[in-house]
Design a protein around this ligand. Sequence first.
Ligand code: 13P
Ligand code: SF4
Length: 320
Amino acid sequence: MPFDPIYDRVSRVIPPVEWAAMEEDAKAILELKRQRRAVILAHNYQTPEIFHGVADIVGDSLALAREAEKADADVIVLAGVHFMAETAKLMNPGKIVLIPDAQAGCSLAESITAEDVALLRAKYPGRPVVAYVNTSAEVKAASDICCTSGNAKKVVESLGVPEVIMLPDEFLAQNVAKETDVKIIAWKGHCEVHERFTPGEIEQLRAAHPGVVILAHPECPPEVVAVSDFSGSTAVMADYVKREKPARVALITECSMSDNIAQANPGTQFVRPCNLCPHMKRITLGNIRRALEEMQTEVTIPEALFAPARRAVERMLAVK
Ligand code: 13P
Ligand code: SF4
């Protein structure tokens, strides 16, 4: 095969025969980005052909929110799930924000409504509401401040109060509660990908792969985080591998994460316990291409929600 700079970026994880079926879409997307003055923001759980092949900016939820604010383009394509595209629109309302599949949801975002937030406020008066970014614009608008898995502890402590409501991820709330003196009232939402990991699985990994370093996402149950070596957002995990260069690592998170960072860490062996996010996997090269060809599906935020939802994200981004 002649040298292809795009394929070179994914060659360790995509065999040439599979790339042959992707190449046309990838090249068409690069040309469409130029014509439309578009940028593609991709979450760390996107497949490697998107992450390495066509994305302009990749990262965790926090980085994508920050980058959405700065994006200098006419069009932002969000290769990720719907709440991420809404956050991009909130932070850069003058741009057209497209999501290649509007059905790309999230079990956490779907676990709570604005009415639920109102009921929590009535039950626990005076406690500020910290909403994980994995929520709809409607829930963000009903909250005081957002957080991500990369800044949750900092956000909770920035409020200077003894007790907060943190929603909707029960496990993230419990994991943060272990690291702070602030009391946390949690909701009962779970990530359908991370809730399936068990402490038994981690023990099996350690037995089968001696010396393996276990990094768990804080959406995992606290019992899983407790038997892991380190916990952090997807970007924090990627930084850890780059910095510490473990000989063997297992990322207790979504499948594509290991594929995406393997390319830049050839000295590390990735043991791959793998739970797939069906929502993230709705995004493909094919529907990114179609999104740019047809300028669909445009993400909009109802006017009444816009200012309060944006304020919650802005307050989070202001926390240093
Ligand atoms: P982070 O990339 O912020 O760690 O979030 C993980 C996640 O599940 C996003 O849907
Ligand atoms: Fe939602 Fe979990 Fe999928 Fe992230 S991995 S989009 S939190 S269901």
